[in-house]
Ligand binder design. Structure first.
Ligand SMILES: C[S@@+](CC[C@H](N)C(=O)[O-])C[C@H]1O[C@@H](n2cnc3c(N)ncnc32)[C@H](O)[C@@H]1O
Length: 277
């Protein structure tokens, strides 16, 4: 049975709470472990459905304000529901991080997890904005993902998508280019590229690396993770009537890959602890 476009739309980007258990959740505690002292204001950039903010509010009773900036109104709505019990300790704002507006907050902690690649190539604006908003002794805790990329700039999730599309197309990098889909591994700058970019605005106090290994319990679980994390980013490479099949094929390919290699994907995640330069 073929799913309707509405069904596909309903499941893409929904279900992030479940899907993020595979990868993003690990960043959340790792990042919050780096918070020192008794923070008063924490700002999360690309706050999604508010999970990091909720964890921070539980972990740090000193927090009088946890602020989220997020582009998606659906995610803000879900975060609003999740964080309602915290009352006025929470402030959520709809915002585009590539063109951020001035805010009245002076956070002593700013976090950004699993977001930076979506801002490529405009990351400078949010770096400058963060430097200007941080409290004098504040720290910016940033995570960045680093899949291995090939000569076409594809890697990580792109590679899985390429395996799916190769059954129909001889030149998948050309198909990406023709549809204006920038490979995520290209959006994700290397640590060598990021370092000088960050050093224009911050002093790098420390970096920590972890190996993010994604494994799943079923093809369907990965299909769901892909849809909730990437939405229609890649599926616009196929005709609307083939999108349900595309999501299924991504799940099946991930499951096969895990059977062959022991995991679906593996990449370094870097945590940067940054202070004003
Ligand atoms: C992979 S999710 C990460 C969410 C959360 N930080 C976490 O670690 O679970 C990326 C988030 O960045 C948001 N985002 C992407 N581009 C954005 C932009 N230009 N401005 C604001 N938010 C953006 C997306 O809507 C999404 O919620």
């Amino acid at each position: 049975m073929t799913a309707s476009a509405a069904e596909i739309q309903a499941r893409t980007l929904a279900g992030y709470a479940d899907a993020s258990r595979l990868r993003q959740v690990h960043d959340r505690d790792w990042v919050l472990d780096q918070v020192t002292g008794d923070p008063r204001v924490l700002l999360d950039l690309g706050s999604g459905i508010g999970q990091l903010l909720g964890t921070a509010l539980d972990r740090f009773p000193s927090l009088r304000r946890a602020v989220g900036l997020e582009r998606s109104p659906h995610r803000i709505a879900e975060a609003t529901e999740r964080l309602r019990p915290y009352g006025d300790r929470v402030a959520l704002h709809e915002a585009d991080l590539t063109a951020p507006r001035t805010l009245p907050h002076r956070p002593d902690v700013v976090t950004m997890t699993s977001v930076l690649h979506w801002l490529y190539p405009d990351e400078r604006r949010i770096f400058e904005w963060t430097r200007d908003h941080l409290a004098p002794d504040g720290a910016f805790l940033l995570t960045t993902y680093h899949p291995t990329r090939d000569e076409h700039g594809l890697g990580g999730e792109d590679d899985l998508v390429r395996t799916v599309l190769e059954t129909q197309h001889a030149d998948v990098p050309g198909l990406f280019a023709a549809h204006g889909v920038l490979p995520i591994a290209t959006r994700t700058r290397t640590t060598e590229e990021l370092k000088p970019l960050l050093e224009r605005y911050f002093r790098i106090e420390a970096t920590l690396d972890r190996d993010a290994v994604v494994t799943v319990e079923s093809a369907g679980q990965y299909e769901h993770f892909h849809a909730a994390t990437f939405g229609d980013y890649y599926s616009r490479l196929v005709a609307p009537e083939h999108r349900a099949g595309f999501f299924r094929a991504v799940g099946d390919t991930a499951w096969r890959r895990q059977a062959e290699t022991g995991h679906v994907s593996r990449m370094t995640v870097r945590l940067w602890r940054l202070v004003a330069a």
